[in-house]
Ligand binder design. Structure first.
Ligand code: BMP
Length: 239
């Protein structure tokens, strides 16, 4: 993972608690999305893969299925990114973000299209990192996101977010957004099951891949995570 060492500063910004634990050099560039409804199943994957990734991402299926306590429990195994795609008025946004950090989240994913005041409320309530969704990975995102993506990225940068989310299925857009956001982190979901290529996303400027089903739905999630890490390492060698 030598080739990624020049981005160690960005890694520290994303995982301050890992830094405190002295684990900063374990930059795998991988966030595992635990899109399961059953808390025990998610915990089982987390326990077995905690050494193979930098963070776990939780979304509504898991917290609606297992309760917010699952965030506290997962936080015992690694940093947790609450992907709540927060998209409401400032007051409601603040409450959602506060709740995520109360439960031990290291970061929260929010939408930016609700405007500056809504994003500012998230940033003010944050006790960790805030990531702004800029361009989603699925085909339907073609309808509304492209016309707003660059403005969303600019807003994330000027307002002081930690990073942005750009679909790994759109490597050219990752490169464009990298120019706009400079040193902010770029998280790229959509690798594997959705068709995104890990190497392409990283070579175009993504810092971390977010990978879900390719790992969680595999017969052997540990082996699948190792396979993804191999692809990440290969991309690192060619950077
Ligand atoms: P998978 O690797 O199984 O396709 O999962 C991708 C994860 O990233 C899911 O949790 C999904 O909600 C999230 N995600 C995405 O796929 N595309 C985006 O544009 C933004 C996301 O947060």
């Amino acid at each position: 993972m030598q080739s990624f060492s020049h981005r160690a500063d960005a890694h520290e910004a994303f995982f301050p608690r890992r830094l405190l634990r002295g684990n900063v050099k374990r930059a795998h560039r991988l966030v595992i999305a635990l899109d399961q409804r059953n808390g025990e199943e998610a915990l089982s994957v987390a326990r077995r893969t905690s050494d193979l990734c930098d963070a776990f991402k939780v979304n509504y299926p898991l917290v609606l299925g297992a309760g917010m306590g699952i965030v506290d429990r997962l936080a015992e195994h690694g940093d947790v990114l609450c992907d709540f795609k927060v998209a409401d008025i400032p007051h409601t946004n603040r409450l959602i973000v506060e709740t995520a950090f109360d439960h031990g989240a290291a970061g929260v994913v929010v939408h930016g299209f609700t405007g500056e005041d809504s994003l500012e409320a998230c940033l003010q309530a944050a006790r960790g990192d805030i990531f702004v969704v800029v361009l989603m990975s699925h085909p339907g995102a073609d309808r509304f996101f492209p016309s707003a993506a660059e403005e969303l990225a600019t807003m994330a940068k000027t307002k002081g977010a930690s990073g942005i989310v750009v679909g790994a299925t759109r490597p050219e857009a990752i490169a464009t957004m990298r120019v706009i956001v400079g040193d902010l982190l770029i998280l790229a979901p959509g690798v594997g099951t959705q068709g995104g290529d890990p190497g392409e996303a990283l070579r175009h400027g993504a810092d971390f891949l977010i990978v879900g089903r390719t790992i969680t739905a595999a017969p052997d999630p540990v082996q699948a995570a190792k396979d993804v890490l191999r692809a990440i390492n290969r991309a690192g060698e060619s950077l």
